[in-house]
Design a protein around this ligand. Sequence first.
Ligand code: AMP
Length: 300
Amino acid sequence: MIARRMALVLVRTIAEARAAVRRAKREGKRVGFVPTMGYLHEGHLRLVDLCRERADYCAVSVFVNPTQFGPGEDYERYPRDLERDRRLLEARGVDLLFAPSVEEMYPEPPLIRFQIEKLADHLCGPRRPGHFPGVLLVVTKLFHILEPDVAVFGQKDLQQLVIVKRLVRDLNFPVEIVAGPTVREPDGLAMSSRNEYLSPEEREKATVLYRALQRAKALVEGGERSAAAVLAAMRDVIERVEGVRLDYVEAVELETLQPVERLEGRVALAVAAFVGPARLIDNLVLDVRDGQVREVPAID
Ligand code: AMP
């Protein structure tokens, strides 16, 4: 007999999601999970591929989480198309799609909040106060609902990845966190649902984030170890492009996300910039030791 894959199951309630996962677990399956805000692109779908490599049963959530958006951010206009997402996930062999409503996830305003020490002090943390506490709240809820054995996060959102890894360590969640490399368009632009906001002209300009990171990498490969010099070069690349407004460029130590002066060991170069209506982020993780520079596409 030919073993046929089961079709994707779409559930909207926590009770149905729990029941589906528990059934899979009773069958002895290892459960993998990819949380998303939907409007899926190839970056998300590669995380799904990684999830399927590491688990027997793959669950994906699509939920635009209001608690991680600040006032004046793009919560309302964030792109949404659940039917398209459902088709893409089904074609990629996903077993369960959990797409709850806001009322299902937050029937009453949550009174418990996360406080993050150190890891949210730099990069996006101070620019988006409340963002990472909101991420940890929804990730915790989703982990408790779906009880995954493994969960996959993209390195595109490096600060989120590092903070979630620490959440799991500090609070003893029984889940393995796996990082997926940043998936890029052919011209280097990191894929993002927010690229949807860009006009064709802005889309062209948006490649400047990647170009700044490549410039930084070339300098470090050429022997430059001063963070200030590399960051100045990145700023210079970005400020040359009219219509792009730099939010930050920073060089941080990977474990603590604290700024470094010298680019040695495992360091991340990170950039955020407004291109038209979109706030875009990108980063590069380098391992610099013994005169060797190695890019780390997925941290362990
Ligand atoms: P989002 O839907 O933007 O919340 O992203 C859901 C997950 O997909 C997060 O773990 C992101 O880091 C990851 N992700 C988003 N864009 C990319 C990309 N271009 N490459 C790899 N992972 C990504």
